[in-house]
Design a protein around this ligand. Structure first.
Ligand SMILES: Cc1cc2nc3c(=O)[nH]c(=O)nc-3n(C[C@H](O)[C@H](O)[C@H](O)COP(=O)(O)OP(=O)(O)OC[C@H]3O[C@@H](n4cnc5c(N)ncnc54)[C@H](O)[C@@H]3O)c2cc1C
Length: 308
């Protein structure tokens, strides 16, 4: 990896790079060992050059949004992390029957929702106060409060490994429950457009307030976490959190990793939890649910880095 570090320096990329960067600084779980190389490009040109170079050098490369849906191994990430936080900002094109909000991939998705409210544009209220970036939310097709990102997404700008930028009109048939076409692609999400409709500001504000309140009541922001560990499956008849609650597993701990007392589908870091402890707890929940209900839980959280 040092070799790639030297190459990056030689061609004098203007984007900041650090070595052995603790990923615990960049994940909502506050967990994760060092990434060999961590780069934060600030222009599309630098991003394209960096990505192309890393791929040419066959360096395994992970694209980081806000780190709100990942569990990074204690041993860290071998290869490079491209941090998208340098790409932030929104623009608006308003029409008589609504408007389109364009947002850069690193922009917090909740900020996009708040901006839509400022302009009286409805459609993104459901995602207010959810941690995560625009790029990560599209890649995951994040879903909450009965809506998915794909329902308001109209266009995505992508960057491929050769440095080419393309635009894609969204075909909703390519998206599903927490599934997006980008999960099978090596292209990076650069920018996205959301098609919104005129809304009543007071009603929108009230919906967003109650969603934030609901998240607070469920303890989402009390301890570092990554939201739901498992997906829900209608065939199970109950949300995964309820299944886990019914087994009296809330509060179960391994080291500093604990199943939240307030929500069975959330694991929290109560201090300095290790990724291995979180994974052990995940496996324990999977085993108990399998033994009692015969259901195979489907993980929503992504394991990243060098696992045993
Ligand atoms: C308290 C809390 C509550 C949560 N509640 C919900 C919820 O209600 N619903 C829900 O769906 N999720 C929820 N989550 C999980 C998380 O917020 C979402 O999955 C979010 O969409 C992740 O975005 P991110 O930017 O953090 O992505 P990351 O975790 O950084 O990355 C996730 C994936 O996206 C890829 N990626 C990120 N950016 C790009 C890009 N620009 N181009 C290509 N690939 C990219 C990464 O490589 C990775 O594979 C919650 C998390 C927390 C901490």
């Amino acid at each position: 990896m040092r070799k790639v570090g030297k190459i990056l320096k030689k061609i004098n990329l203007p984007c900041p790079a650090s070595y052995d960067e603790p990923m615990s600084r960049h994940t909502s779980f506050r967990i994760g060992g060092p990434a060999d190389i961590f780069v934060t490009p600030r222009s599309t040109e630098d991003l394209a050059r960096t990505y192309k170079l890393l791929i040419e050098q066959e360096v395994p490369t992970f694209i980081l949004g806000a780190g709100a849906n990942i569990l990074v191994a204690d041993r860290g990430i071998r290869g490079a992390v491209i941090d998208m936080s340098g790409f932030q900002g929104c623009s608006l094109s308003q029409t008589g029957d609504g408007g389109t909000l364009n947002a850069s991939a690193g922009t917090p998705i909740s900020d996009v929702s708040a901006l839509a409210l400022d302009h009286g544009l409805s459609g993104l209220e459901f995602i207010y106060s959810m941690p995560g970036s625009v790029g990560g939310s599209i890649w995951m097709n994040a879903r909450c409060y009965a809506s998915s990102v794909s329902e308001v997404l109209s266009r995505v700008e992508l960057l491929d490994e050769t440095g080419t930028i393309t635009e894609m009109e969204v075909d909703r048939d390519q998206f599903g429950y927490k599934r997006s076409p980008f999960q099978n692609s090596s292209s990076l999400i650069l920018r996205a457009s959301f098609a919104l409709v005129p809304g009543d500001r007071e009603q929108m504000r009230e919906k967003m307030r109650s969603i934030k309140q609901d998240r607070e009541n469920k303890g989402h922001f009390l301890h570092p976490c990554a939201g739901s560990i498992f997906k829900n499956n209608r065939a199970f008849g109950s949300p995964t959190g309820k299944l886990i609650d019914s087994l009296c597993l809330k509060g179960t701990s391994i080291g500093d990793a604990r199943v939240s007392e307030l929500h069975g589908n959330i694991i929290v870091n109560t201090g300095s939890a290790r990724a291995e402890a979180v994974l052990e707890l995940i496996r324990l929940l999977e085993t108990k649910v399998r033994e009692v209900f015969g259901f195979e839980l489907d993980r929503e959280i992504l394991l990243v880095g060098q696992w045993r």
